[in-house]
Write a new protein. Sequence first.
Length: 240
Amino acid sequence: MRLALGDVHGRDFWKHPPSGDIEEYYITGDYFDSFTVPFSRQYRNFIELCAAARADSRIKLCLGNHDYHYMRGVLNQRYSGFQDEHSIDIMEILEKNADLLNVLYVTSGSFIVSHAGVSVTFMEKMKKEGVKDLEGINRAFLENRNILAFDGRDIYGDDVTQSPIWIRPDSLCRDAVPGYSQIAGHTQIKNIMEIPLDDNRAAPAPRGKRAAPPVRPAAPSPGRKLVLIDTGDTPAFYRF
């Protein structure tokens, strides 16, 4: 079985996966910027998680927007929760472990796992930069970290132009890359939610924003779904 766990924000739920034969274990990022977990625990938890990932190649770590805004070379990106007094320490430990952090993973069974999701619009923008496939986004990020910068008018990131660390579910449902189901964190929900990408169901809005009307995805492909797994302080593991 493969597992996916939502955003971390300093919590150590990742240490307690369900029992069973785990082939791969994905975590959707946001290792820092908690309003409840003190910085010392966030920092120690990330060190422990990275050590576990180095010791066990089944553990796959995604980059989140609350990690991205600390990274070296990222321009003019500070989001809510930014810990200015600890930013140098966070930057240094992220850079030390940057080789573990992918923008996205493409799994067998046609799943994309990322912090927020991949849109057709973002992929088309990447193709203009010479990116030929989804995993090419990871390689492009190594050359230019600013490809993931906030890019839209909606303050919550609900635009199809946004990157895989920022796009929100409603925009992703309208513009998800064809041929894949997607697993994402980023938008906190009460329980894990599976949203078919081929119907009119509205995706949940970011906290503080009114839900948008139902939308139809641009490129139907039977059986595709968006799975939202950021359940906040109540850990929930998605099996797929």
